[in-house]
Design a protein around this ligand. Sequence first.
Ligand SMILES: [Zn+2]
Length: 429
Amino acid sequence: MKMRLLLLFIVLLNLSLFVVTTVFAQDAAPERRTPIDRYPLPREDGAVRFSLADKWDKTDLTFFIHNCPSTLRCEDAHEAIRRSFQTWDAASRLVFTEVAQPRNADIELRWSMQDEELGSPGGVLAFAYFPSSGGDVYFDDAERWSLYDGGATDLFAVAVHEIGHSLGLDHSDDQNAIMFPYSGFAPELGRDDVAGIQRLYGADDDGAPDTVQPDPPDNLDPGNAPVEIVDGVITNTTFYQLWTVDAAAGETMTLTLETTSGNLDAYLGLLTPNQDTVLAEDDDSLGGTNAKITYTFPTAGDYVILATRYDLANGDTTGNYRLTAYRGGTPAQPTATPTPSLMSLTVTNRSGVRLCSVWFSPSTNEDWGDEQLGENVVLENGFFARWEVQPDTYDVRVSDCSGNALEEYFVEVTSATEVEIFVNDIQPR
Ligand SMILES: [Zn+2]
């Protein structure tokens, strides 16, 4: 009988903190060194000969080449690396972009003598990490590299092989596959490799250019060019990203968030510069899984755009998106007098500890109903969670991550004003 009230679930927990720790974790994650090519894994069985390790949860990938080999002209070696990526690009939905900064790169490549596997001719030529371990590639700088001769140290063939690992392919026992664990066999992709990469990422969507200037949404003039276009990705670990847009006082802007890969159900939010208030939000006004907001900014500032997925942490859709900002547009007119039927109930954590559970229900109800934060969602100290609820008087119960609970009764949610519940103390009960 409880919990009809949870219509819209907006949790802005950890907002800025989450982004910082995500970036930090990517940079500082300990690299699990797995010199894959030391352990050839040919398989004996049936028709499917490729084997898969894991995969990226996006199809737009970036790479950065750190240095040059001692035994080849630098530009020739870099060109061979680029062609290696193009080989996988042409065979699948993957798209690669070379970036100028290693911190922007998904896959980093370098020649090295510093690893115990490297530093002497022969033996291990190179190794790569699977996507879950970062995807980086190391070539042995002690090798006498050649180019495009299909020989044992053909840099192009070895690079295609190693990048195959970076994309999640393990070894194949097909001697015509580039993923065969020994060099000097296949000089380029074989059918088995193409089948493997397409199993992971799908076949190339023929002819569609990778970058398209989006059409302006319906409420804008067709000649209205976007002022800002950015691409991003939503994964299960990075389920939102924040962008800022510089707006003048009185300016109207239309923001669109479109899914460009995956099954992402794009969800768009617009927040005040200090991120404490949601000004507007949208799920699917642009049609399909795509979101659109038109907003007139009352005061100038760097407003914050929240690009995320429907149901945030509890959602399960992932993929790439494109966020576009246009000047102008006709803000959606509120129908009749805005009589909001839902009110915000905000729980702000001031307890000094992390909260793992939040329950609330109308005071007339006899039980607490469902836990509202969701499994594995933590409300950090100093952050808040917000729900849209029917106007009523509520009882609220929170507990820390050891199960110690605190309850607050008769919290009135009867006006459009946010009700904040400051949890000052968590005591064992
Ligand atoms: Zn290998």
